[in-house]
Design a protein around this ligand. Structure first.
Ligand code: F3S
Length: 424
């Protein structure tokens, strides 16, 4: 790789051990992917330091001890416990305390400790052509597809990129990889945010790591709808970029998005395809469930308003558990607007920093025994997100009941599962 004098100085240790370690990792990454040079980045969404693993938290502390600081504006991805309200999820205090240690390390690193998968709702909004890095696929696809920033689906390297302000130039940082590959014809009205999630899950399964270009929306999708679409595309497939002409910079038309290339394939999305996704994630025949969850990806302020509207003056059924997950900054805005009061008066639990599959419920992890983490036995979780549904099934290993947001909340109010499209 060709390095600038400043990058070479980092690699040689002239900027201290933290930058040297980080640049060394990035050079290896760049070589592995055939990058010719580095590019300066403007934003990093980085690893949290996950409290289910003591060593993972220590990894972030070690970087801070080495003197590492973020060279660019940085936000922090979702964590394993609500650091303030951990009792609401049944997490042991030991887990929350360890997650707080990770927060302390993040503060020393100079990252905004958002602990969220939707940092954009918390003010991190990279603009068109900003090279960036993200450990979270939902962030990568939203920033690429809605904001026109340039990001790969990264792992821990996002931390190294944040420390150096550099990233190897490959993948979605290059124009040639930002062209459409599949034309998606949406042939059904989309009635809810969850319909966008089901659409994304359907299309992601077909296009894999392609770049789907969407046609046929009845209107310009909202930011929440685009967020749901992207999160699901990145879950069933390896999609990092989708194009909605007129929304995704710089493409005004589908033809521009394909850049003169013939699409690899055309994909149809009909109502039956979306219904098939709902059916795929409705695996509990008797309709029994333990938790209703909304807020995947972490809810925006607009979504918090919607939950408040649906729950205002009502009370969830006896024995029901309703989780609303959102970032702490959005929670704070919702508190000031009186929305959290409405939700809590209705019996909902407003949870930040984590979500069902990221918290101690996951059965695919091996936490430190000293933490005393015991995943609760769960029959099913009612969800309004195909992404959450997929990972509840894979990681918590219980059944799912996927439905629309209004129906999920009605489920919590009545105590009986309400299928999508059946909200009162
Ligand atoms: Fe975020 Fe958890 Fe969904 S990390 S995208 S709320 S599965």
């Amino acid at each position: 790789m060709r390095l600038t004098a400043a990058e070479q100085r980092m690699l040689d240790g002239g900027e201290g051990p933290a930058k040297q370690k980080a640049m060394s990792g990035l050079v290896q990454l760049g070589r592995a992917f055939g990058a010719e040079r580095m590019v300066e980045i403007g934003y990093a969404h980085i690893h949290a330091g996950m409290a289910l693993y003591l060593h993972d938290v220590e990894l972030m502390e070690d970087l801070a001890d080495l003197g590492a600081t973020m060279a660019v504006p940085s936000s922090v991805n979702i964590a394993n416990a609500d650091t303030v309200n951990w009792q609401a999820t049944g997490a042991p205090e030991s887990l929350a305390r360890l997650q707080q240690r990770a927060a302390d390390a993040q503060h020393r690193l100079g990252a905004a400790c958002t602990f969220t998968c939707t940092p954009y709702w918390a003010g991190h909004w990279p603009t068109w052509n900003t090279h960036m890095t993200s450990i979270e696929s939902t962030v990568t696809i939203f920033c690429n597809s809605v904001l026109g920033a340039r990001s790969n689906r990264d792992g821990f390297f996002a931390v190294y990129a944040g420390i150096t302000g550099r990233y190897p130039l490959f993948g979605y940082h290059l124009d040639e990889n930002r062209r459409g590959t599949h034309l998606v014809r949406v042939d059904t009205p989309l009635r809810s945010v969850t319909d966008f999630s089901a659409l994304g899950f359907h299309v992601g399964r077909i296009v894999g790591e392609g770049v789907p270009v969407f046609e046929g929306f009845e209107r310009r999708p909202s930011l929440d709808e685009l967020d749901a679409l992207g999160a699901a595309l990145a879950t069933s497939g390896g999609v990092a970029l989708f194009v909605v002409p007129g929304v995704t910079p710089p493409y005004a038309t589908a033809a521009q998005a394909f850049g003169g290339r013939v699409p690899d394939a055309a994909v149809d999305a009909r109502r039956a395809d979306l219904d098939a996704v709902y059916d795929y994630f409705c695996t509990r025949g008797d309709g029994a469930f333990d938790i209703v969850h909304v807020g995947c990806p972490h809810a925006s302020f607009e979504e918090m308003k919607e939950y408040g509207r649906l729950l205002d003056g009502k009370r969830i059924a006896a024995g029901m558990e309703l989780w609303v997950t959102t970032s702490r900054p959005v929670r704070r805005m919702a508190e000031e607007a009186g929305i959290v009061r409405v939700l809590e008066a209705a019996g909902a639990k407003v949870i930040s920093d984590t979500c069902p599959i990221s918290c101690h419920f996951a059965r695919t992890v091996s936490p430190d025994p000293a933490l005393g983490v015991v995943p609760p036995p769960l029959r099913a979780i009612v969800v309004d997100s195909a992404k959450q549904a997929k990972y509840v099934r894979d990681m918590i290993r219980c059944d799912t009941l996927l439905t629309g947001t209004a129906e999920a909340i009605e489920t919590a109010l009545t105590g009986r599962f309400v299928r999508h499209g059946r909200a009162a």
